[in-house]
Write a protein of this length. Structure first.
Length: 436
């Protein structure tokens, strides 16, 4: 069967990543046969974490793994993001591999750096706009890839928490050694892993952290059962989707849920270094992570931080509900939105914060739509993918109760305001002393 799937994938290789994302005729079939769900080479893979290796070597070896296991690695993908352009690619040259691999944007100095860590089922592509923003401000920028990602969802069944922890250890230690000062920006599970590492090993030149939709505690309070379900033979998948999104997994194995839960356990007792500037952004109605648990974490961190002014929450929700739970002096910001899509969006999702509405793939007029909430209803799923004006918001029960299908929000209408506040926060923590 795997051989037949590989042949089918090869036959589709003439289509580029944008055409695949809109291949409605074969969508349901792709869900059923798992065309992109499984890696080319099944079985264990050794991810490169040699602590003495330069970052360029890590990137090269990781790219080689992606190329050997991802059926779509060589597929044309003309999504010319700012980061892809800075890396020297043209729209005609770009492949899936180029967009989902770890990357580095280097300056002619080693004064300041930003380390970017993506979340579960994601890839470094999620940072392609934010990374270039920091680069244009004079930062060296690195984005790493969590083991098991950017190849196929099946590879998440082969990963252990220790693999992720080893990668985070390498990335933070290597960046601390290579640059005079740096900040870490973690998204979702990447945020949880970063906090757990910094809580145990505080690099003296770490100047700030930013946690975007941090994975603190799942909405589903039975998530802890995932580690036991994952051990049941032949019960491998929580979600089985088409995996048409070239940059994120849509299928979701039980092992991935178990890994995420294990990563979040480390946050329950973690405490960040005193006086470390902390910027956090998340949605009050986040359907993946419990926002109340995230606020409780910030409250715990603040209890050991003598400078509330160095702690900022950029909150997509009622600011009064957040302020009431946080210590006096905690700075709570709310989005300021001027984009045309602002009044079209119901609320912010877990996955949307990092993407601008202009994003050619995930943006307001982008190619891709997140419709996984309708996996059990193929007709509604297809309607969501093709509807002329779907609802836009988080995947909540209320939002999905309407007759019009809900497209889970994959962009941030107030992205410009968010990026400006985040940049200002990190710039204050790491002023630039290099003359232009």
């Amino acid at each position: 069967m795997l051989a037949n799937q590989t042949l089918a994938a090869t036959a589709k290789s003439a289509l580029n990543c944008l055409q695949i994302a809109q291949d409605w005729q074969n969508l349901i079939k792709a869900q059923q046969n798992g065309l992109y769900r499984f890696a080319i080479n099944q079985g264990p893979v050794t991810w490169p974490v040699k602590h003495s290796a330069p970052f360029s070597e890590y990137v090269a070896k990781t790219k080689a793994i992606i190329n050997s296991r991802n059926k779509r690695a060589k597929q044309s993908c003309p999504v010319l993001t700012p980061t892809a352009k800075t890396l020297g690619y043209s729209k005609e040259q770009l492949t899936v591999l180029d967009l989902i691999a770890p990357f580095e944007l280097r300056q002619a100095n080693r004064e300041r750096a930003i380390l970017l860590i993506h979340g579960l089922t994601d890839s470094p592509f999620t940072f392609h706009f934010l990374a270039d923003t920091f680069y244009q401000q004079g930062y060296n920028v690195r984005a790493v890839l969590l083991p098991g990602h950017a190849t196929a969802p099946s590879d998440l069944q082969l990963v252990k928490l220790s693999h992720w922890q080893a990668l985070i250890n390498y990335a933070i230690t290597r960046t601390a050694e290579d640059f005079e000062q740096f900040a870490v920006v973690g998204y979702s599970t990447g945020a949880a892993l970063a906090v757990s590492h910094v809580a145990q090993s505080d690099p003296e030149n770490l100047r700030a952290m930013a946690l975007i939709s941090p994975a603190t505690e799942p909405h589903n309070k039975h998530a802890w059962l995932a580690k036991w379900i994952a051990r049941i033979p032949f019960l491998n998948w929580l979600d089985e989707d088409a995996d048409y999104d070239f940059a994120k997994y849509e299928s979701f194995p039980w092992q991935a849920a178990a890994l995420a839960d294990a990563a979040m356990q480390g946050l329950k007792t973690a405490s960040l270094p005193d006086d470390l500037p902390l910027f956090t952004a998340f949605s009050e109605v986040d359907s993946t992570i419990d926002s109340n648990a995230s606020i409780a974490m910030l409250k715990r961190f603040a209890s050991t931080n003598p400078s509330p002014k160095k702690q900022v929450l950029y909150y997509y929700g009622n600011p009064n509900s957040a302020t009431a739970q946080l210590p006096d002096g905690y700075k709570v910001l709310t989005p300021y939105c001027e984009h045309a899509s602002c009044n079209k969006v119901i609320d912010m999702s877990h996955i949307g914060i990092l993407q601008p509405p202009s994003h050619p793939y995930y943006g307001w007029k982008g190619i891709y739509r997140s419709c996984g909430g309708y996996l059990e209803n193929p007709a509604k799923y297809l309607e969501c993918k093709q509807h002329s004006a779907p609802l836009l918001g988080e995947r909540t029960q209320s939002n999905m109760s309407h007759a019009v299908p809900l497209q889970r929000l994959t962009f941030n209408p107030a992205y410009g305001d968010f990026a400006n506040h985040l940049s200002s926060f990190i710039n204050d923590a790491m002023p630039n002393h290099v003359q232009p």
